[in-house]
Design a protein around this ligand. Structure first.
Ligand SMILES: *Cc1c(COP(=O)(O)O)cnc(C)c1O
Length: 373
């Protein structure tokens, strides 16, 4: 008799719990019979993509009968100039999630392990589990930590490394906490990690960070050959729907990733939109400025409501709502405000809110005041 297909899957896959993404607005509105809702659930840029990116998409749309440039020549060269590295240091991904998957497929086996922190990005356990490798999860700082509640604890991360470890994932700032490690702390951590372990430094939100704590990536790339930096066009560049991201690394690591990469992993529309987006510096500046204003507004409102929030350097903020976050999420939904419950991140009493436009932030605060017990 035929076995169940799940039993036929590899043991790593059998134990996987799929990632649950935020639902599209249209689907939620249909389910709840509501209209005009706002989505502050997936850390998308509320200003939308750069108009230059939209023009670029229109220009290439008629050519999609052709395969894209599998080597991403123009985009990789442009990124190389921006970061002052060689194009050979850049690997393009179908979203930076693609890079996270390439690195686990290339470097992990069921006999090996990866290290990451509690409350860190949900994709790390999935990509590690998918190849059947072991996840060694470090305890985060406690909630009453003086400066970085629920943040990554460098000593706890180091303590999880053993002889089987080949990858360590560090999100800076981290999602969903928004917490970060200052450059000097990160550098000391890297100095204590064997160069046989790939350090994946996930900088998805780096454009939103204050200048004085932004990681000095060029210096580090020279200092640490085992460093793989990932960045994305999904957040401040507002191209989440097109799926494009990249890594910067030593050419040897880039060569390894290139061996497991699908030949046409990034599409033509995404490449051209990304190229155009890099030229629209003003759009990035405006997006960051709006985010900073919105962050201060939400922090002030939370303080007035006596709610503790985590320090954040991202375009989102996690707040302790002192009750079941999932129940409150459902109440907010009824008012047409979609945020993110984070019980799956070990944070059942928190909600993560993407910082929106001023109008969206005000509407969220109104709904929160109405819904909170
Ligand atoms: C949103 C996010 C990403 C981006 O993923 P893409 O695949 O590039 O859309 C990567 N890392 C973290 C921590 C994120 O929150």
């Amino acid at each position: 008799m035929k076995q169940s297909f799940l039993e036929l899957a590899t043991s790593g896959v059998q134990q996987l719990t799929p990632y649950i993404p935020g639902k599209p607005v249209e689907e939620l509105e249909r389910e709840l019979g509501i209209a005009h809702s706002i989505k502050l659930a997936s850390n998308e840029n509320p200003l939308g993509p750069s108009p230059q990116a939209l023009d670029a998409i229109k220009k290439v749309a008629a050519s999609v009968n052709y395969y894209p440039d599998g080597g991403g020549f123009v985009l990789r060269n442009k990124l190389a100039r921006q970061h002052q590295v060689d194009a050979a240091n850049i690997t393009l991904g179908n979203g930076s999630n693609d890079i996270l998957e390439l690195v686990t497929r290339a470097f992990l086996t069921p006999q090996l392990s990866a290290v990451f922190s509690q409350h860190s990005f949900a994709v790390y356990p999935i990509v590690v589990q998918a190849v059947g490798a072991k996840a060694n999860v470090a305890k985060a700082f406690p909630e009453d930590h003086e400066t970085m509640p629920l943040g990554h604890d460098p000593d706890a991360l180091l303590a999880q490394i053993d002889d089987t470890t080949r990858i360590i994932f560090i999100a800076n700032p981290n999602n969903p906490t928004g917490t970060w490690m200052p450059p000097d702390v990160l550098e000391e951590l890297f100095n204590n990690i064997s160069q046989n372990i790939i350090i994946v430094l996930d900088l998805a939100y780096t454009e939103y960070m204050d200048e004085n704590i932004k990681p000095p990536i060029n210096k580090w790339l020279k200092q640490f050959p085992n460093l793989l930096i990932t960045q994305t066009f999904s957040k401040v560049y507002a191209l989440a729907g097109l799926r494009i991201g990249y890594s910067i690394s030593n050419v040897e690591i880039a060569d390894v990733l290139n061996r497991v990469r699908q030949p046409f992993n990034t599409n033509m529309l995404a490449q051209s939109a990304a190229i155009a987006s890099l030229d629209d510096v003003a759009h990035v500046t405006n997006s960051v400025a709006m985010n900073n204003t919105g962050k201060l507004f939400l922090q002030k409102e939370f303080a007035e409501m006596n709610l503790n929030y985590l320090p954040t350097m991202g375009n989102f903020i996690s707040v302790n709502v002192k009750q079941d976050g999932l129940a409150l999420y459902h109440k907010l939904l009824q008012l047409g405000v979609i945020v993110r419950p984070v019980a799956n991140y070990d944070m059942p009493e928190y909600l993560r809110i993407t910082i929106g436009t001023q109008q969206q932030n005000e509407r969220f605060v109104e709904a929160l005041k109405q819904s909170i017990d």
